[in-house]
Design a protein around this ligand. Structure first.
Ligand SMILES: [Zn+2]
Length: 120
C-alpha cells in the first residue's frame, strides 16, 4: 500500500479494536496480472464473478479488504450474528472507514462490503 494508505489502515485497525470488532486484512495489494486473473473468473474462467473492474484501486496500493471474524473465522455475512445476537458487522466497519475519510465499498450499487479505498 502507498504510505498514506498504510497510515489509514493502521488507524482503521486501532478503531476497529476499540469498537470491539475482530477482523483481519485479507487483501491489500494486487498486481495487474492478479487483477486480470480475478476479472477472468466467472467470465472466461469458471467460478463466480468477484470483481467488476480491471483497474482496481488494489493495483495502485490504494485499497484494502477486510474479513470480520466470527468465532475466529472470517465471515462475509453482511449482518453478523452469534446465537441470535447481532454483533458488530460490516456496516459498522464501513462507518469506521468512512470516519477516516475512506470510501467504503458497501455503499456501491453493487456492494463490496469488505472493501475500502482512498477517496479521490
Ligand atoms: Zn477490494
Amino acid at each position: 500500500m502507498i504510505p498514506s494508505m498504510q497510515v489509514l489502515a493502521k488507524e482503521f485497525a486501532v478503531r476497529m479494536a476499540s469498537a470491539g470488532i475482530p477482523f483481519m486484512f485479507t487483501c491489500t495489494y494486487r498486481s495487474s496480472e492478479e487483477q486480470s486473473a480475478l476479472y477472468a473468473q466467472g467470465r472466461i474462467n469458471p467460478g463466480r464473478i468477484v470483481t467488476w473492474t480491471l483497474k482496481s484501486k488494489h493495483c495502485e496500493g490504494k485499497a484494502f479488504d477486510i474479513a470480520i471474524l466470527k468465532d475466529g473465522k472470517p465471515t462475509w455475512d453482511v449482518k453478523v450474528s452469534v446465537d441470535g445476537d447481532t454483533i458488530p458487522d460490516y456496516e459498522e466497519a464501513g462507518k469506521i472507514g468512512e470516519a477516516l475519510g475512506l470510501v467504503w465499498g458497501g455503499r456501491w450499487k453493487t456492494p463490496d462490503c469488505p472493501h475500502f479505498q482512498v477517496k479521490e
